[in-house]
Design a protein around this ligand. Sequence first.
Ligand code: GDP
Ligand code: MG
Length: 209
Amino acid sequence: DDEQAGGEEYLFKVVLIGDSAVGKSNLLSRFATNEFNQNSKATIGVEFQTQAVEIDGKEIKAQIWDTAGQERFRAVTSAYYRGAVGALLVYDISRKTTFDSVERWLMNSPVLLVNWGYDCELPEKAVLRMKPNFMLEIKLMDSHCDTTVARMLVGNKCDLEDIRDVSVEEGKSFAEEHGLFFMETSALDATNVQEAFEVVIREIYKNVS
Ligand code: GDP
Ligand code: MG
């Protein structure tokens, strides 16, 4: 019987964020279809995949969005973030520059500041600021809205231990500093991929139930 007790249905939008070639698309394909692609090809158009996960006996559908190669142009639009209640911020442990970018992603992603999904009206204490890249930053000073976005910092490609460029400690302390969950993953050998998505989905479920 597929029906949920009480007729509840859960569909959570989760976005993948991070520099090009850190492994976002492969994390998604590993999670959704257990596939891995050696050859990176830029995603054309916004794409998402829906994957069902069981949390506490409830079936939860996670709609995972993957950037459409827009990461190269720093042009991820607000439509990408709108309605998202979870985010995985991905870097590549073998390329320090992708780790350094995480902070920029964090500051430039409205979803990480505001939960667009829940018609929360802008409170008076909201600070609006036009960033240099023309993305409108909306920072809520005292809103509960921003606490419902579950965020995880993901250090991908942990199979590349021999050419590691970012230590586990660096990842961990950045995550602690910014209130993010943290995990190292490998889309190649499937280490922690399921786990990373599940922690985020579980946290969202906790936030809304
Ligand atoms: P995206 O641009 O962030 O979506 O990155 P892709 O998923 O397209 O991956 C970029 C490249 O990194 C591809 O050649 C992948 O095969 C490779 N890659 C992705 N994840 C891993 C991983 O966990 N380990 C290793 N060694 N390579 C990976
Ligand atoms: Mg991609």
